[in-house]
Design a binder for this molecule. Structure first.
Ligand code: SIN
Length: 335
């Protein structure tokens, strides 16, 4: 679908599914619906005010529940965004997505989009058929941000419930509330309301046009293992036997690791597997050599990246041929 008002910015809306495109048999239902079934044209038709904000170019890239997001779809989406943003007649991109893995896709794009034009992801907690569906306003706000001059060079963003978050910092923090996203420690980048966009801080870490990463090489297998009371080494040993190239530990506290797992990780590192220590705690950072001896072990600390985002960065680093622990630590200190 394309709308016309030649003086407005032209924004590409790429739909991938999610609850924003969800449908329930009963308008009072906000759970037990099917995600990713409503097409992009119908999502746009539900927001007539979009025609006052931007000219829309729409594409249906996928129709999935984002729990089923794959690395293959990441590559398809990322490459399509780069093609669109290289066009003079596209001023920004909005991606509609499920909330469940939104933060992973957003961070992958933050590291692989090769443009300073805005890329904004949005989603919804209530299906499109629900009473008080949150998708239409989130979509309008996402397009408003993508069409706004001040959104350039901010990297990939998430517009949700009137807030604008950086892809690097944002995480889902509620299973049901419409204010489901937060950026722990650092807070939102800014806000959007009634057509007004304000940024309150800038993104300081490297991203998008300044990032060294791309989606050309195949993304290697990287898995996540949690540490907890009574943890066994079975999962780590199975992943290593399956040929995994990297492991991210969702450690306790400051990325501390159960002694049983720490021995399994030392063995994995000895076999050439890259290991990154993150934390299962939802805010704060993991200090290098803080709660585990990274120097002696040959592991890397994830800093403020949660396990899911640490996995994305480790996959991209390994795909770029960066395998040495010191070089991977440098990457985690930079992005
Ligand atoms: C999904 O992630 O696709 C389903 C859940 C949601 O969008 O809130």
């Amino acid at each position: 679908m394309t709308t016309s008002n030649i003086s407005l910015p032209r924004i590409a809306v790429l739909a991938t599914g999610g609850t924003i495109a969800g449908q329930a048999g009963d308008a009072s239902k906000t759970a037990g619906y099917k995600a990713g079934v409503v097409g992009v044209d119908k999502l746009l038709d539900a927001v007539p005010a979009l025609s006052q904000v931007a000219r829309i170019h729409a594409e249906q890239v996928a129709s999935i529940d984002s729990k089923d997001m794959s690395t293959a779809l990441w590559v398809t989406l990322g490459k399509r965004i780069n093609v669109l943003l290289a066009q003079d007649d596209i001023d920004g991109v909005v991606v509609t997505h499920g909330t469940d893995t939104l933060e992973e896709t957003a961070y992958l794009l933050h590291l692989t989009v090769k443009s300073e034009k805005p890329v904004v992801l949005t989603a919804a907690m209530r299906p499109s058929t629900a009473l008080s569906a949150d998708g239409p306003l989130n979509l309008l706000n996402a397009v408003t941000v993508a069409a706004h001059g001040s959104a350039a060079k901010q990297g990939v963003m998430v517009a949700f419930n009137n807030q604008i978050h950086s892809a690097r910092d944002v995480t889902k923090t509620s299973t049901y509330a419409v204010d489901a996203f937060r950026s722990p420690e650092v807070g939102a980048l800014g806000w959007v309301q009634d057509g007004r966009v304000e940024f309150q801080r800038a993104v300081v870490r490297r991203h998008t046009a300044q990032s060294q990463f791309d989606l050309e090489a195949a993304l290697p297998s990287v898995e996540i293992v949690a540490s907890y009371a009574g943890a066994s080494r079975a999962a780590i040993d199975a992943f290593v036997a399956a040929g995994v190239k990297g492991l991210v530990i969702a450690g306790t506290g400051n990325g501390s690791v159960h002694a049983t797992l720490q021995q399994a990780l030392a063995d994995a590192i000895g076999k050439g597997v890259a290991v990154v220590r993150s934390s299962r705690v939802s805010s704060g950072h993991v200090m290098r050599n803080g709660a585990a001896p990274d120097d002696a072990l040959g592991s890397v600390s994830a800093g403020t990246l949660n396990p899911y985002k640490a996995r994305v960065l480790l996959m991209l680093a390994l795909a770029a041929g960066i395998t040495d622990a010191a070089a991977i630590q440098q990457i985690f200190d930079t992005y």
